[in-house]
Structures are given as C-alpha cells and as structure tokens.
Design a binder for this molecule. Structure first.
Ligand SMILES: Nc1ncnc2c1ncn2[C@@H]1O[C@H](COP(=O)(O)OP(=O)(O)OP(=O)(O)O)[C@@H](O)[C@H]1O
Ligand SMILES: [Mg+2]
Length: 250
C-alpha cells in the first residue's frame, strides 16, 4: 500500500488575482482512499480538475504512475486510468442511462470499440450503482440520488485505477449516504481502485478515508488520519468548528 500512484508538487491555479489553489504538495498511495476536505471555496474542486486535466496548472506539476500528466488533455488522462465525477452533475441530455454510461465505456482506459460489449459493461455497472433495470430511462427523469449514481456509473465505465469523486453524497439522505459509503469501500477493497474523495458529509469522509488532506484558502493546512484531522486545532478553527470537536469528545 506504499506505492505512490499520484503525486503533485507545488501545484497552483490562479483565476485572475485569486489563488484558488497554491503551492500544494500531495501524494496518493496505490490502494488508498484519500479524503479532501475544507470550507466552501477552499480549492477542492479546482485541485480535482487539475488532476483530471479539465483545468490547466498555473504552477507545479502532477504525475500519475511516474508519468507527468499535467499538460495532457482530459481524454488522454482518462485513457491512462483516471476518471472523475462532477460536483454539478452533468448527464448528457436527451439520452438514456444506457447511452450515458456507454460513452464512459467507449472512451475509458480499455477503449471498448464494440457497442455490444460496451452495453454489457454498462449493464453490469448500472447494477453496481443500484440502477439496474433503468437502462432505457431518460436522464431527465432521474431524482438527485439517481443522478449522483449515474455520475458515478459514467466514471466507473472508464474502469479507472484512480477514481476522483466530487461530493457524490451531497443532497442525499442518511440511508443513501450509507449505501454510497459501502459502495466506495467495495470499489476500493474488492475492485482495487484508488479513490480520492471530496466530501462535506463529515461522518462519511471520516468513516471511509484512510487519510485526509485539508485545504483552506487554496493551501494545504493539514494532512493525516481521520483521527489526527479531527483533533487538529487548525482544522477545527478553519472548518470543523468547536461544536464538531465537542460532539466528538462527548
Ligand atoms: N472557473 C473559475 N473562474 C473563476 N474563479 C473560480 C473558478 N472556479 C473556481 N473559482 C474560485 O476558486 C475558488 C476555489 O473554488 P473551488 O470550486 O475549487 O472550491 P471548493 O473547495 O470545491 O468549494 P465547494 O466546497 O463550495 O465546492 C473559489 O473562490 C471559486 O469561486
Ligand atoms: Mg467543490
């Protein structure tokens, strides 16, 4: 579990005068679940977008399996084995679930060229995310929980070694959150995927992450086990709040 699959050195992104992410070093070990937390606007999504290539870097570099990937186009990075979900779910409109997810299978690491094979892979994945039997439903008819799972399915269809999840639990109820947590654990433990997960749901991120990185105003302010992070004074004052710390202590 100590092999580094992804690393960033001095990573930064500016939007005009704003340093959305600045001088961040990070490492993700193969096989781990790494959580990223921090207040709204801390730079979490920006960091994820630099990893998968949807945003360019202003400074620094990112390497995946010893290859520099910063500067590559998102589709190339996807082919190398990294896929992501979007915080604001973006299904392809006017298409069914099957069509939406098949696109992932056609463009991912294995680049399945056979439509039938892509369909079979898609059916299996829809079943993994508990959307079995809904392949012919139009995406417009999905509720928030189903949309989140479709987003996950599209990312999984690319068969990623490294899966980047951006708030897949936002807006879900406790039962749905527990189900997604179990799924993330399964993708990690049974399917051997390395997972980087951004989440505001504390119970979930503390429960599934092996390690957590905390961003604040674009900077990394802490890194450690969920236990260490929960007790870190900087993190409590920047993000978790005294109430969270007190509740945990009780
Ligand atoms: N395309 C953009 N153009 C200009 N500013 C941006 C852009 N994307 C993000 N920002 C700004 O960069 C900062 C970091 O945003 P980012 O979306 O990465 O935060 P976040 O940690 O994901 O927040 P949240 O928890 O609310 O999702 C914010 O101040 C945001 O307004
Ligand atoms: Mg975000």
């Amino acid at each position: 579990m100590n092999q580094i699959i992804l690393s960033g050195r001095g990573v930064g992104k500016t939007f005009g005068a704003l340093k959305a992410v600045w001088d961040v070093d990070f490492e993700v070990k193969r096989g781990e679940i790494l959580g990223i937390i921090g207040p709204n606007g801390a730079g979490k999504t920006t960091l994820l977008s630099m990893i998968n290539g949807t945003l360019s870097l202003t400074r620094g570099s990112i390497s995946f399996k010893d290859q520099v990937i910063s500067g590559l186009k998102p589709f190339r990075i996807a082919e190398l084995g990294i896929s992501r979900t979007f915080q604001i779910v973006k299904p392809f409109p006017g298409m069914t679930l099957l069509e939406n997810v098949s696109i992932g299978a056609l463009f991912g690491k294995d680049k399945i060229r056979d439509a039938k094979e892509a369909r079979e892979r898609t059916r299996a994945i829809l079943s993994t995310v508990n959307l079995r039997g809904q392949e012919n439903v139009a995406v417009e008819n999905l509720n928030i929980s189903e949309r989140k799972r479709l987003e996950l399915a599209r990312a999984l269809a690319m068969d990623p070694e490294l899966l980047l999840l951006d708030e897949v639990m936002a807006g879900l109820n406790t039962t749905e959150i527990n189900w997604i947590m179990a799924l993330i654990r399964k993708l990690n433990e049974k399917e051997g995927r390395t997972i980087l997960v951004i989440e505001h749901v504390m119970k979930a991120i503390m429960g599934i992450s092996h390690r957590i990185i905390v961003l604040h105003h674009g900077r990394k302010i802490a890194e450690g086990t969920p236990e260490q992070i929960s007790n870190d004074e900087k993190v409590i004052s920047a993000y978790l709040g005294e109430r969270y710390a007190k509740r945990r202590a009780e």
